[in-house]
Design a protein around this ligand. Structure first.
Ligand code: HEC
Length: 283
């Protein structure tokens, strides 16, 4: 019986691991009813819109073209206010992610300026007190749009645009939430709801008042791959890019999960076969 018990234990453990894993990678799709704002508590963020992404589900992977387009949206629009401190230019070459070639990564890096550090006279600023700058190299991280938090708040009516490195993981339903917020500016507040001065109405953001002006409209970018730049497309692409930023190893994690599953199934089979063999003559 001991072997049988162990076998039972192994298979049981395997099933538990499998269930946990499947639960962790499957992404619940939230409903999107046309929001009837008179029926919900004012200020309570609406559930995310019903939007799906290539990276969801057990076998989901990043769509490289979408990640690249999303990077273009980040670079040309969002990076004016949102930093991305944890991402280095070299990360943009990642296979299964943006997958830019080394030459492209170099060119992208060189289009940014970063503080140069002391020159050979020991100076770090020019005669106007501005920091000396040099073009970035792949090993550099994305430079922030503002010198510090005070400057960021000053430029944004007191609000701080959050760093985008981990935003897609920090928010519940991250990519869908990002998508819903940036496409969620076109609604009218219900009667009686006051939009605070200098803020914008957005029922997908907690409180329904957001300090971010609508960042995207149709044609905010001209995609280098020729894709039509509708608001919906841009929002979907930038949400994809930000998910990759926050979880660059997602593909790898899913692949390892799958390999573990296959391993467990094979192991269970082997254990069962050896159990049969060990107990063959014992009836
Ligand atoms: C003009 C500056 C500006 C630009 C450009 C901008 N944002 Fe923002 N964003 C902000 C500010 C400020 C906040 C904080 C809002 C608040 O706290 O009310 C914010 C907040 C957000 C939030 C909500 C974060 C949270 O914690 O819930 C999302 C999502 C977001 N921005 C996405 C984007 C995306 C995507 C882009 C580019 C397409 C973009 N933003 C471009 C200023 C900007």
């Amino acid at each position: 019986m001991r072997i049988a018990q162990r076998l039972g234990l192994a298979v049981g453990a395997g099933l538990v691991v499998a269930a946990l894993w499947a639960g962790a990678v499957s992404t619940a799709t939230a409903q999107n009813s046309q929001p009837d704002l008179s029926k919900v508590t004012p200020g309570e963020a609406l559930p995310v819109k019903d939007v799906s992404f290539s990276f969801q589900g057990m076998f989901g992977v990043y769509n490289t073209a979408a990640v690249q387009r999303g990077f273009q949206v980040y670079k040309e629009v969002c990076s004016a206010c949102h930093s991305m401190n944890l991402v280095a230019f070299s990360d943009l070459g990642q296979r299964g992610g943006p997958d830019f070639t080394p030459a492209q990564v170099k060119a992208i890096a060189a289009s940014y300026k970063v503080p140069a550090g002391p020159n050979n006279m020991g100076q770090t600023t020019d005669s106007n007190g501005q920091p000396l700058m040099r073009p970035a190299i792949p090993a550099d991280h994305f430079p922030p749009p503002f010198a510090n938090e005070e400057a960021a708040r000053f430029a944004n009516n007191g609000a701080l645009p959050p760093d985008m490195s981990l935003l897609a993981k920090a928010l519940d339903d991250g990519p869908a939430r990002i998508y819903s917020i940036v496409t969620g500016f076109n609604l009218n507040p219900p009667p009686g709801f006051k939009v605070a001065p200098g803020k914008f109405f957005n029922p997908y953001f907690p409180g329904w008042n957001i300090s971010m002006p609508p960042p995207l409209t149709d044609g905010s970018v001209t995609y280098t791959d020729g894709t039509k730049a509708t608001l919906d497309q841009e929002a979907h692409d930038v949400a994809t890019f930000l998910m990759w930023c926050a979880e660059p190893k997602l593909d790898q994690r899913k692949r390892i999960g799958l390999e573990v599953m296959i391993f467990l199934v094979v192991l269970s089979g082997l254990l069962y076969a050896s159990y049969r063999r060990v107990w063959r003559d014992m009836h």
